[in-house]
Write a protein that binds this ligand. Structure first.
Ligand SMILES: [Zn+2]
Length: 199
């Protein structure tokens, strides 16, 4: 692809990477296993910066992200690899206030996609498609892992990880909610209790 045909976003990312490479320095010597021995499962929300809120540098920890920070099968796949092959021994599940996953249901996104695939608009109450047609019903068959109560979702996710047969019992799993207004992570005691090491 010639540089003329790159989008603005594409150019910005490549330009930022040039700067990063220029100051990469000692990071070339980092080992593959995370040196601080822990993993964070958190939401993909653009306002969350796990490196910032948890004090991470390159090489420190695993950060697994998806919509909602949910303990999906794929998130658990990553956590199991994180411990079994790369040695992490403590895990954090960190959801957050004002999560987009609270703003729709499986039925809502399924219906929106079935109608049209373009980005929908949210007016604070209702999602609406900008145009109609050319949608796909496939979304009706997906479990989107939405939730309506982030404290409850953290407890659910910690418990699901704790009860997974491939998760070693000695790994403590802590449950937190990041506050998008303050940057603070607040513990959900019931989640951390559910995630206590069992051996
Ligand atoms: Zn979120």
């Amino acid at each position: 692809m010639s540089s003329q045909s790159l989008t603005r976003i594409h150019k910005e990312v490549l330009s930022a990477n040039e700067s990063y490479v220029a100051s990469f320095g000692d990071k070339k010597d980092l080992a593959l296993p995370p040196v601080r021995g822990f993993a964070i499962l958190t939401c993909m929300d653009a306002r969350l910066d796990p490196a910032g809120y948890a004090g991470l540098s390159e090489g420190d920890a695993h950060v697994i992200r998806n919509a909602g920070g949910r303990a999906s099968d794929d998130a658990i796949r990553s956590l199991v690899i994180s411990h079994k092959l790369l040695g992490t021994t403590e895990w954090f599940v960190i959801h957050h206030t004002n999560c987009g996953m609270e703003l729709f249901s499986d039925e809502i996104i399924g219906d929106l996609l079935e109608d049209n695939l373009e980005t929908a608009a949210f007016d604070g109450t209702t999602w609406r498609n900008p145009k109609h047609g050319d949608g796909c019903a496939h979304g009706q068959f997906i479990k989107w892992h939405t939730f309506s109560d982030s404290e409850r979702s953290v407890v659910q996710d910690v418990r699901r990880i704790r009860e997974h047969p491939l998760v070693a019992g000695h790994i403590p799993i802590y449950g937190y909610i990041y506050d998008v207004k303050t940057g603070r992570i607040n513990e959900v005691k019931a989640a951390t209790e559910a995630g206590r090491a069992t051996v």
